[in-house]
Write a protein that binds this ligand. Sequence first.
Ligand SMILES: [Zn+2]
Length: 473
Amino acid sequence: MSQPSNRAADTRRHWMDVLERYHEDRSEPLNANYWSEKDNWSRDEIRAVQDAKIAAVTPFLYENSAFYHRRFEMLGLVPTDIKTVDDLIAKWPVVDKSEMMEDAIANSPYGTYTACGEAEWADRGWMLFSSSGSTGVPRVFRYTHFDRKYWEQANARALYSGGARKGDTAFVTVGFGPHVFAWGVQYTLAKMGYPVIPGGGMDSKARVGIIQRFNPTILVCTPSYALFLGRVMQEMGADPAKSSITKIIAGGEPFTGVSGTLERLQDLWGATALEFYGCTEAAPHCGGYSCPEYQKGEENFTHLMEDIQVWETVDPDTLDPVAENERGLTVCTNLNSESSPQLRFLVGDYTRLNTEPCACGRNHVRAMGCMTGRADDLINLRGIKFFPVQIEEAVRAIPGAGDEFQIRLTTNEGELDVMTVLVEHENVDVADSVVNEIRSRCEIRCTVEVLAPDTLPKAEMKAKRVFDERGSS
Ligand SMILES: [Zn+2]
C-alpha cells in the first residue's frame, strides 16, 4: 500500500512543475528586439499556456490557500470545474480588495490569500512586500526565491521591450521600502547584467549630483517624482534634457495616458518615458509595459503580459466582462507565482483592451489609451463622477502652470460639497481658464486658487493630490 497522498504537497509540486515548464532562465535577450520568444507567441499559443496553468493552479490554491478553499466551497465548486480561461471567467466571481482585506484582518498578519506558509518562508523565503495601505488595511505578501526568478524574467521582458539595452546604467530613485516596484526592477537589472546606481536615502539635490557625475541613462521612479527631480535640476542651473538620461521607467501612477503629463515629462528630460504597470496584489512584477510603438499611433497604449497573467476588463457596476474595445475595469489573474497566484483580482483601472497584433511584433493584448484612473480614485461630487487625472489634464492644458496641483473637496456653510483646485502659476488671471478647462472635461463647476510657483509640496513617491474633507467642517 502506498502512503496516502499529501494533496497540499502534491498539488504544489505539480503547480511548480508547470511553472518550470514554461520558464526561461535568461540573462541575455533572445535577439535584438525581444527578450523572450514568448513575446512573439500567437494568441493561440498564449491561450494554450494560460489554460495549462489554470488547470494546475486551481487544485494548488484549493489545497494551499484557506482563502481560496473557502471560496471554492462557498461557490459550490471543485478545482476541476475550472480548467481553462473560459471556465474561470464564467464561474469565478471577481475578487476585490475588500475581500482580501477582510481575510487579512481575520487572519492577521498574513491573511490566507497566499500560498506561502511558514515552511516555504523558512525554506526559500525571499522578500515580504506590502500594499501601500493608502486605502484600508495593508495586505502583505511573502514571496520565495522561486518566485524571484519569475519576477526577473517578466520584468526583463518589459524593460527590454521599452528599450533598455546593454550599455545602460540605471539610477533607481524610488524608496526601497516594502514596495514591489523598486525591488523587482533592482533584481531584474542584476539578472540582465545591467549596472545600477541605488538612489535611496538621499535628497533630490544629491540625486541631481549623481546624474551629473556618473551619467546614468535610465531613471527609475514615479512620474511625479521624475517631474520634480527635473525641476530641481533646473533650479541648480542645469538642463535635464541635456543630461545623460535617455529613458525614464516610471510606475505607481497613471501617466502614459494622461494628456499633457507624458509630453511634459519627456520634454523636460529629453527622454522617452516608459510604463511599468502592475499592482501589489496580482501583478507585483510587471503587468503592463511599453513597446517601441506605444506612442506612435492615434492613442497611446500599454501592452499586458498574457502568458503569465490573464487580463480582462469588467463593467464597474455589474463586474460582468465587457466586450473588447469597450471601457471597463482591469482584472488580473496571476499565473506566475508559487507564493501568490491570484484568480480574477479586481485591479480596477479603467481602460479598453484590444487583441489585434501590434506593429512591434507582439500579440499580447493592449490597453488602449493606457490606464486612466483607478476606480478607487473616482471622485463623486454631488453625483458628478470624474477622475483626478481629468483635473490633471485640465491643469496641463494651461501653459505655464506648475507641475503640482491639489484637489480639495470640502463642505461649505450651506452644506454643499464643493471642489477647490489649487494650481501654481505666475499669473493669477489664469484661474478662469482653469475653471473652463475643468468644466469642459468634467462638467463641473469649481473654484480655482492660483498660488505662486513652487508653493505646493512635491512628492518623492506617489503624489497626494486629492484631499477629501467633506462633512468634516
Ligand atoms: Zn507593441
